[in-house]
Design a protein around this ligand. Sequence first.
Ligand SMILES: Cc1ncc(COP(=O)(O)O)c(C=O)c1O
Length: 404
Amino acid sequence: MLSYGRQSISEDDIAAISAVLRSDFLTQGPLIAEFERCFAERVGARHAVAVNSATAALHLAMRVAEISVGDRVVTSPITFLASANAVAYVGAIPDFCDIDPVTFTLDPRELERSWRDDTRAVVAVDYAGQSADLPEIARIARARGAVVIEDACHGVGGSFHVATRPDRAWSLGANPWADIGVFSFHPVKTMTTGEGGMLVTDRQDWADLARTLRSHGITRDHARFETPTSDSLLGEQGPWFYEMQELGFNYRLTDLQCALGLSQLKRLDSFIARRRDIVAAYNTAFSDLDWLRPPGLRAAVDATTTSWHLYTVQLDFTALGRTRTHVMDELREAGIGTQVLYIPVHLQPWYRRTYGYGPGKCPVAEAFYACALSLPLYPAMTDADVARVIAVVRALAPVSLSIP
Ligand SMILES: Cc1ncc(COP(=O)(O)O)c(C=O)c1O
């Protein structure tokens, strides 16, 4: 059975984890800083802070950017819940603006139109691994003093082009338009640590604060201690001494996970190259179908740099004469797993109940959802797997549609 996405684990990955199991540190050891350094170098960020999920990284992003009660943060409704939930964790209001119908990422015109005085940040989601329109989003947000947090969970290792500088590609999550980038290492993403995430930023103060918050708000750095050495009880600040300076969390990534991350990082380019090949094969094979629309790109040149976490097509279920459930069942019977990514977040009961959102708020996103289906896409798929998906999907066409 082919699933819509899955990890690729090699003997080297397993050996890397085994070595940690035989070492002194399972967590809080040397591999965390090593993984952060290598990841920062790979994406071109000054600082990378490893945490145990992208959800944690998004939460920390809100904290370091000082988003709090009374603030509004806008994101795309076509994302995983966490992009918006992190806003609610800090007591701010998650809001949604509609998406572009071609790239399925936040539509900057809609962002500008729906901007409100209390909007303090934008979470720009790189859906399926394609960048949101970051230069436009940053232009709108920065003119109004707001922060741009790039949810690059789908885009580990990917890059994109902008019209004004066609000569170079910019890294997803670490580029001149994102103040903070967030990545996920969940097993279906482009590389994995089992669970895990990374926050990247060029700001030293934000990286320092994120590191403090990741581990209970504790610092062991004597230079930063607040308690005076003249204090009668706490003045002796020997090697045991630490201070809790913030209300933090346990968002730590283990050394076991960092070992896997370091090993997967070495394989990232090959993972992405294979994903691109599969997407190119799908695009070619589906180009003549009028009941299936392959994912669109903002710039054709991005076909060579997008990391492609998902291959989400738009299907005309009316033309096919079946519901999505029927189509998914048929594909499953042929050994092909699919998924619907995503249900628009503003239509989830908690969001309706808490903020009064409902249908009609983001019509393009809602229309996208009605037709969306993500097909299998992961590096371990063989050419035969890809050919099978193509043949089975093409055979969905109703007989009347395939007669010339
Ligand atoms: C766009 C997006 N943002 C955030 C997350 C949360 O990632 P994690 O599972 O690492 O917390 C995900 C994961 O599915 C995601 O797809």
